[in-house]
Design a protein around this ligand. Structure first.
Ligand code: SF4
Length: 176
């Protein structure tokens, strides 16, 4: 039986995909594991918005632990990297790995993520991390490009309609 675990970074990036999957009757859950988000108040704000839309759409929501020290340790030395650089490789890898391990333990058959849906992201970079984890953990990574076929515009429209909180940065606050 197909059961998908969708990794989400925030409500505006995930609302379109969650709505589409719910409407087509996909068996799935959303996982929020984002130790990259700083500061903590911002993390909770995004968490609550993502929880709210899942609740409205009756989709199971899994809240990961907030462990910023884990993210800081993993990305140490990469503070000056630009967005889409090496720090993001490590960041995607860390979040997807925890998601894949959770999926394996809890009976999911594949994982995917909305980490690459934003125009500011390098979709291929996210997929590379997903495929690496697929080999390591043994859970298939579904590399659907959710941005395509109007996916991004659909998400933007829903985010506006639902008056979702929209941040103006990805998550981390790297040193300049
Ligand atoms: S810019 Fe976003 S994806 Fe890249 S390291 Fe920071 S939080 Fe992670």
């Amino acid at each position: 039986m197909d059961k998908l675990l969708l990794l989400s970074c925030c409500a505006p990036c995930s609302i379109g995909v969650i709505t589409q999957l719910a409407e087509k009757g996909q068996d799935f859950a959303v996982m929020f594991f984002n130790p990259n988000i700083q500061p903590e108040s911002e993390y909770h704000h995004r968490l609550e918005e993502n929880k709210r839309i899942c609740h409205e759409l009756n989709v199971p929501f899994i809240e990961g632990d907030y462990v910023p020290e884990l993210w800081q340790k993993a990305t140490a030395g990469l503070e000056s990297e630009p967005e889409r650089g090496k720090r993001c490789d490590v960041c995607f890898y860390l979040r997807l790995k925890v998601g894949a391990e959770y999926a394996k333990k809890h009976g999911f058959t594949r994982i995917s993520s909305v980490f690459g849906i934003s125009r500011f992201k390098n979709f291929e970079q996210v997929c590379r991390a997903g495929k690496k984890i697929e080999d390591e953990v043994g859970i298939p990574y579904d590399a659907t490009n959710w941005r395509k076929n109007g996916g991004l515009e659909y998400a933007e429209r829903l985010a506006k309609e639902k008056n979702l909180y929209r941040q103006n940065y990805c998550g981390c606050k790297p040193k300049k």
